[in-house]
Design a protein around this ligand. Structure first.
Ligand code: MRU
Length: 369
């Protein structure tokens, strides 16, 4: 689904799913087979695939593959099939807690298949087929949403910064083709600006401790030949203070109804620095990342990951770099309060700060940002 095969995180055709093992990037491009929901759960937990939209699409497609392969031998009726799907989805959602896209995709697929099981003439095959078609549609829809985000985001940033060329933008973590079904969210905005000839430099943070920035975003920027510079996370405030950043654009894992946004750890520090230094700060995400069930960021569950990601090199896979015996706190995400966000770029438009410096979040409720 991505524009270029070498940046395809998810390779799917009916009955078969392969994931690009992102733990091996940027040095090796190796695809691994994901034949069922058990394998998908492990791949998501272990970060073979990561990024909010990508894990949702992976979970849906892995179960689709499992159902296609199970179909001929399955003995149950339509109701059993719907129950089976519900249980598998619940299990998949337990792999990572913070990104809402996974839970959102699961809810939608579960409701759809549950309805399909009550239709006249329904049997296990019709229920499984309903699931498979809906999961495949999610793969297509995510790319369409990302291209729309890219277009809206490019326009919004140009409007906010008031310059039309030689733009320097800063991004965090990886939100590109590798984090989605293709093109990307925040990195999709950078891609769109670049395609319009507006970008002078795209800055990307290392994104410690897992280095999604230096390994994955840098890989995508170099691949697309976008002029880009890698910085240490701790250099971001100095870079902004030097006047070299026109805007910051980041992705999101879950956006509460009031605009508070959970994203990769370090996003909050970037937003605080941008606010203090008068640099516009944008969040880019599909509407599937907005969780209207929660009123504020306080309700977002933040995943804590293994201490070895900090104490050992290469995200825990390498040699020990920290003093043995030290305590570790390793939250994978943080929450940026809505007041520090200039605008949230979605696939249906941009939610802007209003005249009272509050995010005009009504657009979320109407689904018409
Ligand atoms: O832990 P990760 O790599 O899954 O975290 C990813 C992020 O925080 C991204 O910024 C977010 O999911 C948006 S991806 C389009």
């Amino acid at each position: 689904m991505a524009d270029d095969k070498s940046l395809e995180a998810i390779r799917y055709e009916r009955g078969s799913l392969q994931l690009l093992d992102q733990k091996k990037l940027p040095h090796e491009s190796v695809y691994v087979d994901v034949p069922d929901s058990d394998a998908a759960w492990l791949a998501i937990k272990d970060m073979v695939v990561r990024g909010a939209p990508a894990i949702a699409v992976t979970a849906a497609l892995a179960l689709a593959v499992e159902l296609v392969n199970l179909q001929t031998s399955y003995q149950g009726d339509a109701k059993d099939a719907a129950t089976f799907i519900e249980k598998r989805l619940k299990f998949l959602v337990s792999s990572r807690p913070t990104a809402v896209n996974l839970a959102d995709a699961s809810d939608k697929l579960q409701q759809l298949t549950s309805r399909a099981s009550t239709l006249e003439g329904a049997n296990a095959k019709t229920v499984f087929s309903c699931f498979v078609e809906a999961a495949e549609q999610m793969l297509v829809d995510d790319v369409v949403a990302n291209k729309a985000i890219g277009d809206y985001g490019a326009k919004a940033i140009l409007k906010a910064v008031g310059v039309q060329k030689n733009l320097c933008v800063l991004t965090h973590c990886n939100t590109g083709s590798l984090a989605t079904a293709g093109y990307g969210t925040a990195l999709g905005v950078v891609r769109s600006l670049f395609r319009q000839g507006k970008i002078e430099t795209a800055y990307c943070t290392e994104t410690r401790p897992y280095n999604q920035g230096s390994r994955l975003t840098a890989f995508e920027l170099v691949h697309d030949e976008i002029p880009a510079v890698l910085i240490a996370d701790s250099a971001a405030a100095s870079l902004m203070a030097s006047g070299r950043v026109h805007a910051v654009v980041v992705g999101a894992d879950r956006i509460a109804a009031n605009g508070d946004t959970a994203n990769k750890i370090g996003t909050f520090s970037l937003a605080l620095a941008a606010h203090q230094l008068g640099v516009p700060f944008f969040v880019a995400a599909p509407l599937t990342t907005v969780d209207l069930h929660i009123s504020s960021g306080e309700e977002i569950v933040i995943e804590e990951r293994s201490k070895t990601e900090l104490t050992h090199a290469f995200g825990g896979a390498g040699h020990e770099i920290a003093a043995p015996g030290i305590g570790v706190w390793n939250p994978a995400f943080d929450v940026t309060p809505a007041r520090y966000i200039t605008g949230i770029i979605t696939d249906t438009g941009v939610v802007w700060k209003d005249e009272n410096s509050r995010l005009d979040v009504g657009g979320f409720a109407s689904g018409n940002a």
